[in-house]
Design a protein around this ligand. Structure first.
Ligand code: ADP
Ligand code: MG
Length: 357
């Protein structure tokens, strides 16, 4: 056999392969669009999906908007308004996005319309991308803020389309993502609609318990106990590096009464420096805090915010995965377990806070 010729892939193919890294399923699209809305300082984010998101996804926000002459840049490859250089990343980013690839890649594997009117502007504009083909920017009547509509996800990548699961399963994933952001941002009114029916809508009044009530219902909201913890038991204003080897870690949020449980771990919602993550180490720390108070194979509800020095956590792991890496994982684990245990102990719900091992 002759040695083969090596050729550079064409743009479309590169885009579709790259899309696989960011967009796995409808929920990944929803995640990117909701993050963009939150980064745009929205006070309302309305998510609506059809057939679990496989047919249609719409995310509408009342954020700062995108100027008409910026719409093309917004959907271009590696184009972002959020960072300039890698130093910005090292200093720690406060926005949820920074890679500048979400709109570009989503537009490569769907039919997508971005419609926006900047706050205070008289008119709006829109652009449509179909399978990576960017159309003309046109004027559009639209309220202040941004609306992104995505339909026929993976229509041009049949192999990926085939991997989509049942509508109910895809919607479960969407629901988990939107719930995660709704609970992380009680000051934003977040709503979710599936096939025209409202799943939940938070008030956006800044109260975490009220957001829990909207998402999980009264029984769960009333069972939640407050967690508020710092290493020496006092409030710290900012998160510093700490004096010795121990980082300054702050833990706050709500955890449920040991009798209010479900058969799935998915109701253990955790955040690191405001970012929604699924870190097993955090979930396990919470579960351990309950000691033997919970029936086997049952899990509590928790909405926990963990804050660590920005330099102690790497968020630049993988765009799709919701994982983080901690420099001092054992210390973080200990802090979360102790924080949860102290909250439960205070309410007489467990007997001791002695961390195990
Ligand atoms: P990133 O979020 O990493 O910057 P995206 O592809 O998600 O990359 O978005 C590209 C750019 O488009 C953003 O940096 C932002 O300037 C703009 N943008 C996207 N969505 C919105 C939105 N909902 N409101 C305002 N601007 C937006
Ligand atoms: Mg983004």
């Amino acid at each position: 056999m002759e040695p083969p010729e090596i050729e550079r892939l064409d743009e479309r193919t590169i885009q579709q392969i790259a899309a696989g890294e960011v967009v796995e399923r409808p929920a990944s699209v929803v995640k990117e669009l909701v993050e963009n809305a939150l980064d745009a300082d929205a006070s309302r984010v309305a998510v609506a999906v059809e057939a679990g998101g496989t047919e249609g996804i719409r995310v509408r926000d009342d954020g700062v908007g995108i100027a008409a002459d910026q719409l093309e840049a917004a959907v271009a490859e590696h184009a972002t308004s959020k960072i300039g250089t890698i130093e910005d990343l090292d200093r720690g980013v406060s926005t949820l996005g920074f890679r500048g690839e979400a709109l570009y890649t989503i537009g490569g594997v769907s039919r997508m319309t971005v419609r926006s009117r900047p706050r205070g502007a008289e008119t709006g504009a829109e652009v449509t991308i179909e399978g990576g083909e960017v159309g003309e920017v046109r004027p559009a009547g639209t309220p202040e803020g941004t609306t992104v509509e995505v339909s026929d996800l993976f229509y041009n990548t049949p192999a990926r389309r085939k991997f989509l699961k049942r509508t109910a399963t895809e919607f479960d994933h969407v629901n988990t993502v939107v719930t995660g952001y709704a609970l992380a941002n009680p000051d934003v009114a977040v709503s979710l609609e599936h096939d025209g029916r409202e799943t939940f809508a938070t008030e956006g009044n800044g109260d975490l318990r009220s957001a829990v009530l909207a998402v999980y219902g009264r029984e769960v909201a009333e069972s939640m106990r407050k967690v508020r913890w710092t290493p020496d038991g006092t409030e710290v204003a900012g998160i510093g590096a700490g004096d010795g080897d121990e980082p300054v870690i702050r833990v706050s949020g709500l955890v449920s009464h040991p009798e209010t449980t479900r058969a799935s771990r998915e109701y253990l919602t955790t955040y690191v420096n405001g970012r929604y993550v699924t870190a097993n180490v955090l979930r396990e720390a919470v579960i351990d805090a309950y000691g033997g108070q919970i029936a086997p194979d049952r899990y509590p509800f928790a909405v926990l915010f963990v804050e660590v020095p920005p330099g102690d956590v790497d968020v630049n792991v993988h765009p799709r995965k919701l994982e983080v890496r901690f420099d001092r994982e054992p210390a973080v684990r200990r802090a979360v377990e102790t924080a949860t245990a102290e909250a439960l102990l205070e309410h007489g719900l467990i007997r001791s806070t002695a961390p195990r091992g």
